[in-house]
Design a protein around this ligand. Structure first.
Ligand SMILES: Nc1nc2c(c(=O)[nH]1)N[C@H]1C(S)=C(S)[C@@H](COP(=O)(O)OP(=O)(O)OC[C@H]3O[C@@H](n4cnc5c(N)ncnc54)[C@H](O)[C@@H]3O)O[C@H]1N2
Ligand code: MOO
Length: 417
């Protein structure tokens, strides 16, 4: 049997998260190719090195003209101008427009100096070398001015803001082929338990499939990390210690699941407690009561030992591991962001523990509607799979009525799912 726990009073989840975040430090940032930064926060303020648009350019295929030359053009009294050339996107063939002439111009092509409007082809006909303009544009119409949207030097992303799909587009438009971010944290996800079998293999006796290492590896990826899965089907402390030592070589963080409650085969607890650098404690939440956190190995790699029940492991991940990953990658905001939603059913909760209810989200009339799914049991993984939010009921809440507003953590969803 393992020795009695050092701390017996459950601590509030907020206090536990604070302890975790005191230990976890940001990984060293470096420049990397733009697409590799997707999903990671920028490690520097990003200023525009070039204005956008980069130069004055046309927003239409048509004729660059001096506005005054065509200001009076109508269908009844069209204006005739000689066409002196053509500019396509990417060309700088004509720098200056002579008043009284027109230059054929394509969308995105640089507008020559002196041109103060572009007349779209649809408002014109060509007669020989002349263009006949039968509708007047407004002054400046269809000319996109340099710097109109972004001036050189403008602050476009603050340090800690995440590079998403649209930010990739912006940074590329500014000529940033590389951007500084932290590396993706390499997270070793270790399942422990004699009963575990790799999915795809046949089950025998009282075996179950190892779902936690998949669940947690997916969660790591969804939070921008690189996950390595490992399964330790042993209750031998030396074997577990060796397996962990091997895994540490490739880890910025280790996340184990299983073997941390009060059982006689709690090998994780037995090995890590020996080291004296990992603390095992109870957090006043359900699911996710038994937790362990500390550092291991020469590099003092952060390690989370999550409870083995699948829902407990996942809820613990979202509550503590995800914020730690955000700290490692330099997010501006690391704590979970809760949104207000309306409960569609009355629920009860246990006093003294923060309860995290799985719920299904619907958007209705600008409000989030939250419908509990799956029941409170920590083994109910099918219910978890239906959920896209965790409703957070504080320790002093014992009952919530239908229609009450409650805080909820919205969970990641793969686009389209
Ligand atoms: N006497 C007590 N028993 C338990 C307590 C307690 O306070 N006193 N706490 C309960 C709570 S709460 C939780 S949560 C669990 C945590 O247990 P462990 O972290 O020690 O995890 P295991 O015992 O190894 O497993 C629990 C459960 O989860 C299944 N499991 C484990 N790993 C996986 C995996 N990789 N994939 C799928 N399922 C997994 C395992 O088979 C067990 O059913 O302890 C309670 N007990
Ligand atoms: O706290 Mo355990 O994590 O309920 O199932």
């Amino acid at each position: 049997m393992s020795s009695p726990p050092r701390e017996t009073r459950p601590i509030p989840p907020e206090d536990y998260l604070r302890r975790v975040l005191e230990v976890v430090t940001p990984l060293e940032a470096a420049e990397r190719p733009l697409l590799d930064a997707l999903g990671l926060p920028v490690a520097e303020d990003v200023h525009a090195d070039v204005p956008l648009p980069v130069f004055d350019n046309s927003s239409m295929d048509g004729y660059a003209v001096a506005f005054r030359d065509v200001a009076e053009a109508t269908a009844e009294r069209p204006v005739h101008l000689p066409v002196v050339g053509e500019i396509a996107a990417g060309q700088t063939t004509i720098h200056t427009l002579t008043p009284g002439t027109a230059v054929r111009i394509m969308t995105g092509a640089p507008v020559p100096t002196g041109a103060t409007a572009v007349v779209p082809f649809e408002w014109t006909t060509e007669e020989g070398r002349q263009v006949v303009v039968s509708q007047a544009p407004e002054e400046g119409q269809h000319v996109r001015r340099s710097g109109e949207e972004v001036a050189r030097g403008d602050l476009l992303m603050r340090r800690g803001e995440v590079v998403g799909t649209r930010q990739v587009g912006l940074l590329a438009a500014l000529g940033r082929g590389r951007v500084a971010t932290a590396p993706r944290p390499r997270v070793v996800v270790m399942s422990t338990g004699l009963e575990l079998v790799e999915p795809g293999k046949p089950l025998q006796g009282a075996q179950i499939y190892d779902s936690n290492s998949y669940l947690l590896a997916a969660a790591v990826r969804a939070h921008g990390g690189i996950a390595y899965r490992a399964t330790a089907t042993t209750d031998d402390p030396d074997q577990f210690a060796d397996a962990l030592a091997d895994q540490l070589l490739r880890a910025d963080m280790v996340v184990t699941s299983g073997g941390v409650s009060k059982g006689t085969h709690d090998v994780v607890k037995e090995v890590l407690r020996e080291l004296g650098t990992v603390e095992f404690l109870e957090v006043a939440m359900q699911p996710g009561k038994p937790q362990g956190f500390g550092v291991v190995g020469e590099d003092r790699t952060p390690i989370f030992t999550l409870p083995g029940n699948p829902v407990s492991a996942y809820v613990s991940f979202e509550s503590f591991v995800a914020p730690a990953l955000r700290r490692m990658t330099g997010h501006a905001r690391v704590e979970p962001v809760l949104r207000a939603g309306v409960l569609t059913e009355a629920v009860r909760s246990m006093r003294g523990k923060t309860q995290l209810l799985r719920a299904r989200v619907e958007h209705s009339g600008g409000r989030l509607l939250l419908t509990p799914v799956g029941g409170p049991g920590s083994h109910l993984i099918a219910g978890l799979a239906q959920a896209d939010a965790l409703v957070v009921l504080d320790a002093d809440v014992t009952a919530v009525s239908q229609g009450d507003v409650v805080p909820a953590l919205l969970l990641d969803r793969v686009a389209g799912s």
